[in-house]
Ligand binder design. Sequence first.
Ligand code: PLP
Length: 395
Amino acid sequence: MDYLEIEQRLGANNYKPLDVVLSRGQGIWVWDVDGNRYMDCLSAYSAVNQGHCHPKIVKALTEQAAKLSLTSRAFRNDQLGLFYKELCELTHSHKVLPMNSGAEAVETAIKTVRKWGYKTKKVAENKAEIIVCDNNFHGRTITIISFSSDKGARDGFGPFTPGFKSIPFGDAGALKAAINENTIAFMVEPIQGEAGVIIPPEGYLREVRQICTDNNVVLILDEIQTGLGRTGKLLAEAHEGIEADMTLIGKALSGGLYPVSAVLSNTEIMDVLNPGEHGSTFGGNPLACAVARVALKVLVEENMIENSAVMGDYFLNGLKSLKNPFIREIRGRGLMIGLEFEPGKIKARTYCEALKEKGLLCKETHENIIRFAPPLVINKEDIDYALAIIQEVIG
Ligand SMILES: *Cc1c(COP(=O)(O)O)cnc(C)c1O
């Protein structure tokens, strides 16, 4: 079977995957159709933090699928309330709105906070403004790309949704200066993932929190990638001891078995929504809820969050012994690690292809950055194995 040829001929050309055709996964490992084994150092962009096909999540999925999968929200189901309860307890949230993809969670937050802006903050009709950061990644819908600074994400897709203002990431002063009477929210990733694992200066989130509080501006943290253990804490906001007003999670919320996302919010903001104003056929379905409940449970019970912190440090230190003269910076928090080369000197893609040949899968972001983000179940021996391959390929 020529998988590549079929995909090329019949599929939309909106991705440029590495030429590896996977058919099986377990923990940090995946196997291709020829039986070759690879270590997964991407984790489906941090959706499989719990490792591929975690047996307990697979069990929950199959058992629930055989019982009841979808009711729509026209009726209630016996999983949704428990999902709310467990998620709120774990994250200290007041209210949850369940959706499916990350982009839907972002859209939901935008709608909700706009409504809050008009109903509660009393911003003039259609004037509400949301501040975001340059080089953000929040998803692919028309509204979300409307505030992207990535040319490729926007070109040819206009007209765009108004109501957004973009400022430099990591600059609390710029936030303060950008706020006006129409500002309703500031939406930001605690660490910019797709931009290349960009970590803001120490204290940034604390300052941002204070500025938002002082100006009655809702702080929305997009933790779809940084959340659920990826950075060594349950939520990346915990690195600076702050709490967002709204938090977006997705990806690893299901351990990669099903699309599940959620908006976590305080009561005041979420309570502006009334029946009929927002929803999703699949959002909050019993299958999604059963899967997410177990995905959260194993994350905590199997100490994956602590493991991410410890193994992340170990991985990062190991990478720092690389001798490649074109390395500009190696940075990371937990198991979210970026290896940046001098721009123009090195094609990160070439290294990713060479790493694949040696049995390690990862993906470049931009021309010159490689992201290492293995499942959070990785151990020291596995990292030593990965480091040996990386040393061989990158030097
Ligand atoms: C992946 C991602 C999204 C979008 O999630 P999808 O499920 O692909 O729609 C949004 N924000 C961040 C920070 C992400 O990493």
